[in-house]
Design a binder for this molecule. Sequence first.
Ligand SMILES: [Zn+2]
Length: 341
Amino acid sequence: MGKVSTQGAALLMEFALAQAVERLPAWEPIRSEKVQSLNNLRAGMAGEKRIYETILSVKMHDEAAILQDMALPLMAGSTFQMDLVLVAKSGILLIESKQIAGRLRFHPVPAELRKVDEDGKIQAVYDCPVAQLSEQQQNLHQWLTMAGYQVPVYGAVVFANNPVIEEIKQNAPVYKMREVRNLIRRHLVRQPVMDTGEIRALEKSMRLDARPYLPFPLKGIHSAVGRLGPLCLYCSEPLQRHSQRNWLCAKCKRREKDPGLVTLLAWFLLVRKTIRPREVMILLELKSHESARGLLARLPLIKIGKGKAVEYMADYGQLAQSDDVIKVVKAWLAGKEAIRQ
Ligand SMILES: [Zn+2]
């Protein structure tokens, strides 16, 4: 489990949400919920990517490590998630990335972030990012202590989309995109507390202890999903098997060669952790158990049960770190993205 890349976990989540949106009927309230989650996830990922790339653009003289979407365990089985963690000789800089545009006011009591319109009327209220950051710093501090490290943890909230911040407490650790380079430079010139070897060791400990967020199958989808078989990439209509190797969309006449893996992954992420060969046959209009097993063999699955009771079970950690799975997921997401533009 430890080796699972958090990148893989985020991609699986994006794919799962996008597949849910494809497969849920338009009138299902849960569909609009998933559309919103997908938009939020993508905005968050885009913001983090911008910050990540800006950090990379700063010339770093020491062998700093940058970790993205790091989720670490705490006592009592809980975990906490950090957007960006810079581990440098000068200590750790924890960055909480935010994607909120518009006019913002940091309200002190109760601690919350208010988005206002031009007349100052409140449009939306969010948890205070500074309070969130401070909680993450404490969590990380606790994890470091348990793991036997004594490293200072600095923190910053970064707004990836340059909002207008109208009210904020002086010296609050809140920055805009254009201030990120200076923020990083200032961090790097602090008094060193670690050498390169210690940075590497700490990075390794974090990666080994990481607990990627893989809450699959997504809750509340199974009973609402109407279409489980292969769908047309272009118009999202169900595909029909045309020949051994070809599927055809009745609506747009598009041909697809190999929609099997995408369909199986959607099943595991939206429906159930297990699948029977019989179900694969129905899902993909296959005539034999052999072809069903052949397809299942292309995914890292665990075979359970015997004879007629045989099922194949997904280990989501395995899926998230499988290069084959990531390739299929990326190709499908890229195909969809190309259509959107
Ligand atoms: Zn089509």
